[in-house]
Write a protein that binds this ligand. Structure first.
Ligand code: 6PG
Length: 478
C-alpha cells in the first residue's frame, strides 16, 4: 500500500507552495496539485529534499493520495476561482473529508460554502492565514473557522506550521462557519488602520519636523524598541531607510503616492456598517487610500490651486515625543474598534469568539504582530465581556497620559494643512465616547421635525413626537 498524505494543497502559487513546504518541513507527507502540472513538478524538483511530497497531475489522483479524513487546502484567488476548485473537488470527496479555504475569502461566501458542503457531509473550513509568503513558509498566524469537529482532525497540523510564542501556536479554532475568515478580514482592517497611522506619523515628522526619511527611519527603529514595537513599525524603518539605486533618492520619494487595496479593508468597513460598529479608524484608512488613488480629483484640486495654510511649519511641543503619543493612542482606538467589531459579529452570528484568543494568535506570524497584543490578551483574559479596550486599566492609563500630546498633534496637522484623518478621527471617537452629552439630541430633533421619526426623553420612558406644523407644537406620545 503506497504511503498516503496527511494533507494536500491545491493551488501552488507562492502562498500555496510555501504552505505545502511548511507542512513537509514539519514531517507531514503532503499531496500536491496545481491546475498546471508544471508548477507541481517545479516544487518537487526544487524543494523535494525538504520532506515528503506526493505530486499528482489530476484532481482524482490527488484525492486518492490522501489518507482519510482527507484534508484539502485550497490556495487560489478568492471568489470565482475558489468556487471552481470546490466544484471540481467536492464530487471526489467522501463524507467526513474536508476542504480548507486558506485564501482571503469573504466570510459570507464562506458561510454559504460551508452550509452547501455540510449538506453533502463534507466539512468546509474557511481559514484566515496571515503573514504573507514568508509567514506561510516560516510560520503564519492561522484563524480557522468551520465545524469544531473539523478542528479536531485538522488543528494539530495547522498548529504544527503556525508561528509560535513561548511554544504556543498562533492558531486556534476561531468559531463555526465564516468566523475564521471574518476575524482575518478584521485583522486586515486593523492592518490598514495601523499602516495609515504610521504613514501620518511619518508625514508629520517629514513635513512639520523637517526630518529626512533616513532620520525618520531611525526614529521608527527607536520606537520599535518600545511600546510601539511591531512588525509594521519595523518594516516602516526598513522602507524609509531604503535608497533608490537608480536615482540615489530616498525610495519613499520615487514611489507614486497612490495606495492600492485588494479589498479586505473595504469589506471590514462594509461589515461594520451592517453591524452598526463605528470602525472610524479603519474606515478613514480605506478612504485615505481611495483619496490617494483618485488622480483626477487630486489633479483638479491641484489645478484649481486649493489654498492651504500660510503659517510656517511649527509645533507647540516636542514633535517627535508628541507624535509617538498620538500614534500609540490612535492605535489603541483602532484596535479597540476592530475588537468591538469581532465581538459584535460573534454575537450576531452566534460564533462565541474569544477575543483574548484572537489577540493571542496575533502576537506572531501575522502582519499586525506586536508586543501590544499581549496587553490586549491580558485585558480580555481579565474581562472577556469588556465593552471596549479603552476602559481597560492599561489602555485607559496610556490614553489619558497621551491625550494632551495627541490633541497638540491633531491641532498641528489641522493648522499646518497636513492630512491626518487617522489621528483626527481616533481623537474624535475618543471624545465622542467620553462626552456626557452628544449633539445627537439635536439630530433626533431634526429627524422628528422633517420626518416625524420620534425621539426619547431623558426624563421619562417612551417615544414622543412634536407636532411641529401646529401653532402650539404640542408633544404627543408616539
Ligand atoms: C496578511 C496580509 C494579506 C495581504 C493583504 C493585501 O495578513 O498576510 O494582510 O492578506 O497581503 O491583505 O493587502 P491590501 O489589501 O493592502 O492589498
Amino acid at each position: 500500500m503506497s504511503e498516503k498524505a496527511q494533507i494536500g494543497v491545491t493551488g501552488l502559487a507562492v502562498m500555496g507552495r510555501n504552505l505545502a513546504r511548511n507542512f513537509a518541513r514539519h514531517g507531514h507527507t503532503v499531496a500536491l496539485h496545481n491546475r498546471s502540472y508544471g508548477r507541481t513538478k517545479e516544487l518537487v524538483e526544487e524543494f523535494g529534499h525538504e520532506g515528503k511530497f506526493i505530486p499528482s497531475e489530476s484532481a482524482a489522483d490527488f484525492v486518492a493520495s490522501l489518507e482519510r479524513p482527507r484534508r484539502v487546502v485550497i490556495m487560489v484567488k478568492a471568489g470565482g476561482p475558489t468556487d471552481a476548485v470546490i466544484d471540481e473537488f467536492a464530487p471526489l470527496l467522501e463524507p467526513g473529508d474536508m476542504l480548507i479555504d486558506a485564501g482571503n475569502a469573504h466570510y459570507l461566501d464562506t458561510r454559504r460554502r460551508e452550509a452547501a458542503l455540510k449538506a453533502k457531509g463534507l466539512h468546509f473550513v474557511g481559514a484566515g492565514v496571515s503573514g504573507g509568503e514568508e509567514g506561510a513558509l516560516h510560520g503564519p498566524s492561522i484563524m480557522p473557522g468551520g465545524p469544531k469537529e473539523s478542528y479536531d482532525a485538522l488543528g494539530p497540523l495547522l498548529e504544527d506550521i503556525a508561528a509560535k510564542v513561548d511554544g504556543e501556536p498562533c492558531c486556534v479554532h476561531v468559531g463555526p462557519d465564516g468566523a475564521g475568515h471574518f476575524v482575518k478580514m478584521v485583522h486586515n482592517g486593523i492592518e490598514y488602520a495601523d499602516m495609515q497611522l504610521i504613514a501620518e506619523a511619518y508625514d508629520l515628522l517629514r513635513q512639520v519636523g523637517g526630518h529626512e526619511p533616513a532620520e525618520i527611519a531611525a526614529i521608527f527603529q527607536d520606537w520599535n524598541e518600545g511600546r510601539l514595537g511591531s512588525y509594521l513599525i519595523e518594516i516602516t524603518a526598513e522602507v524609509l531607510k531604503q535608497v533608490d539605486a537608480s536615482t540615489g533618492k530616498p525610495f519613499v520619494d520615487i514611489v507614486v503616492d497612490q495606495a492600492e487595496q485588494k479589498g479586505t479593508g473595504r469589506w471590514t468597513v462594509q461589515a461594520a456598517l451592517d453591524l452598526g460598529v463605528p470602525v472610524s479608524g479603519i474606515a478613514e484608512s480605506v478612504f485615505a487610500r481611495a483619496l490617494s488613488g483618485g488622480p483626477d480629483v487630486r489633479k483638479a484640486a491641484a489645478d484649481a490651486g486649493l489654498p492651504g495654510p500660510t503659517a510656517e511649519k511649527t509645533h507647540a511641543g516636542d514633535l517627535k515625543a508628541d507624535v509617538e503619543q498620538a500614534l500609540f493612542a490612535s492605535k489603541i482606538v483602532a484596535y479597540a474598534q476592530g475588537f468591538q467589531q469581532i465581538q459584535a459579529a460573534s454575537k450576531e452570528y452566534g460564533w462565541d469568539i474569544d477575543p483574548g484568543a484572537m489577540a493571542k494568535i496575533w502576537r506572531a506570524g501575522c502582519i499586525i504582530r506586536a508586543k501590544f497584543l499581549d496587553f490586549i490578551k491580558q485585558a480580555y483574559d481579565k474581562q472577556p465581556e469588556l465593552a471596549t479596550l479603552l476602559v481597560d486599566d492599561y489602555f485607559l492609563d496610556a490614553v489619558s497620559g497621551a491625550q494632551d500630546a495627541w490633541r497638540r498633534v491633531a491641532a498641528t496637522a489641522a493648522q499646518q494643512g497636513i492630512p491626518a484623518p487617522g489621528f483626527a478621527s481616533a481623537l474624535a471617537y475618543y471624545d465622542g465616547l467620553r462626552a456626557k452629552r452628544l449633539p445627537a439630541a439635536l439630530i433626533q430633533g431634526q429627524r422628528d421635525f422633517f420626518g416625524a421619526h420620534t425621539y426619547h426623553r431623558v426624563d421619562k420612558d417612551g417615544s414622543f413626537h412634536t407636532l411641529w406644523a401646529t401653532e402650539d407644537r404640542k408633544e404627543v406620545d408616539a
